[in-house]
Ligand binder design. Structure first.
Ligand code: HEM
Length: 442
């Protein structure tokens, strides 16, 4: 099927909300071919085709140019935007940072930060924007696990700059869609660029401060920063790459987890019968007495299932964009050199061919006895293949710990103003936020 969309219409939609581009065929056909401004784009939904592009023939695909144009100025040679040899060396150097031992080591910080955060809902029945709250919570957790709170600059400045950056950098600039040269200023991004300069300086100073302490033989916390600095060297990362990766972890790991948490709380409130199941699991777990937080992810399978089902309906990263380096073929589909292939969690996760009742929130799909029925390539919140999310286990552990603490203490209910509309910026965001009523449970 080939669909033609006019250039101006296309730019208007992409600028406002790319999720609105996907019409009926994207949710019914194994793939859809679109001619965008003369650029061939294939929306890949078939799990076999996705496997072909992301895994079996991954060597023939690189990150799509438009995504690189938006993200590379911010993330530079961080893992998400690195290509070729730099990517290969960095991924190898960073693998030891994300081993289960280290991820488990972060669990107590996740628990402490979530508990401290839960104290903020002092007024019973207060209506709070839970989307915004989750951004603050995942920021707290990231600051604790990245730097153990040892950040250069004025207190609060770092958080403020991150906020500015995300607000302005989230949108695709029309000039990027038109392929305009990089030297032309992007008006949507001027404020963001100013923040970026401040932000980079704080990161560089923070890294230097820690390195100094390590050089003096002082005791330093085993957070991401120390672990990354230990990879510094000719076969590992350069100092600039360490800084780029700190920024990448913030860019890739903060908003994404926040969105997943917010959408989970919203969907549970809209389906109280599902919320009862999750609350019952958490309550009985909490009554058992203290269990070390690194075991919570395995011990709370129904809570995890709700989180995973929320990421099915609202995948924080809604589209994985690739570009064919050489001509390629999958069955009777020809993928010409230079075409863009979109493996889109957004359409795959709601696809009529691969999911029963795809628009309904049914966490039981991810209960342990049912997980085996889900094809690896029909559920891609963290991507797949060599470029699969390196922080997936970190994010799952964080999501389950935060949900367990929040839901054991509070009930989150929707109110008449809760009318979120999913909009694709850097992540799948609820336009209008998630105003919800928060009431203590006991
Ligand atoms: C890559 C999603 C949390 C760091 C990815 C990709 C996806 C993804 C879909 C693959 C992109 C592609 O193939 O084009 C998510 C979601 C998260 C999450 C949904 C939370 C719910 C995190 C966290 C971190 C992180 C917490 C770091 C602490 C990265 C990095 C990459 C990546 C560095 C690039 C990997 C590479 O290219 O080798 N993420 N992520 N992510 N993610 Fe995550």
């Amino acid at each position: 099927r080939t669909k033609r969309v006019g250039r101006l219409e296309l730019i208007r939609i992409i600028y406002r909300n790319p999720l609105e581009l996907w019409g009926e065929p994207s949710y019914n056909e194994p793939w859809v071919e679109v001619d965008w401004m003369g650029m061939r784009t294939i929306i890949a939904n078939d799990p076999g085709l996705i496997r072909h592009v992301l895994v079996d023939n991954a060597k023939n695909y690189r990150m799509a140019a438009v995504r690189q144009r938006i993200l590379r100025p911010i993330l530079r040679d961080g893992l998400l935007t690195a290509e070729g040899e730099v990517w290969k060396r960095s991924r190898k150097a960073m693998a030891p940072v994300f081993t289960p031992r280290h991820i488990h080591g972060f669990a107590s910080a996740m628990q402490e930060r979530s508990e401290a955060f839960a104290g903020r809902y002092q007024t019973p029945g207060v209506v709070s924007d839970v989307a915004r709250d989750m951004t603050l919570l995942t920021y707290d957790i990231l600051a604790a696990t990245l730097f153990s709170g040892e950040i250069a600059g004025e207190p609060g400045q770092f958080a403020k700059e991150i906020d500015n950056l995300f607000e302005t950098m989230g949108r695709v600039d029309p000039l990027d869609l038109l392929g305009a040269p990089q030297w032309l200023p992007r008006f949507t991004q001027i404020r963001g660029r100013r923040s970026l300069a401040f932000f980079r300086k704080i990161v560089a100073d923070t890294v230097a401060m820690r390195k100094d302490r390590m050089a003096k033989g002082e005791d330093v916390p085993s957070d991401f920063l120390t672990l990354l600095l230990k990879t510094e060297g000719p076969d590992g990362l350069s100092r600039a790459e360490i800084e780029d990766n700190i920024i990448t972890f913030i860019g890739a790991g903060h908003e994404t987890t926040a969105r997943a948490l917010g959408w989970t709380l919203y969907l549970l409130a809209e389906a109280p019968w599902e919320r009862d199941i999750v609350e019952a699991e958490i309550d009985s777990f909490m009554r058992e007495g203290p269990v070390p937080p690194h075991q919570w992810l395995d011990r709370l399978p129904l809570t995890r299932a709700a989180f995973e089902e929320a990421m099915r309906l609202y995948p924080p990263a809604p589209s994985l964009n690739r570009e064919a380096v050489e001509d390629d073929r999958y069955g009777d589909l020809t993928i010409e050199k230079g075409s863009t292939v979109l493996a889109m969690p957004w359409t795959i996760h709601r696809h009529r061919l691969y999911w029963e009742n795809p628009d309904a929130f049914i966490p039981a799909r991810f209960h342990p006895e049912n997980r085996g029925k889900i094809d690896r390539f029909q559920y891609l919140p963290f991507g797949a293949g060599p470029r699969v999310c390196i922080g997936a286990t970190f994010a799952l552990q964080e999501g389950v710990i935060a949900l367990a603490i929040l839901l054991s203490r509070y009930r989150f209910d929707t109110v008449s103003q809760t009318k979120p509309w999913p909009v694709q910026k850097l992540t799948t965001q609820p336009e209008g936020g998630l105003p919800m009523k928060v009431t203590p449970r006991r």
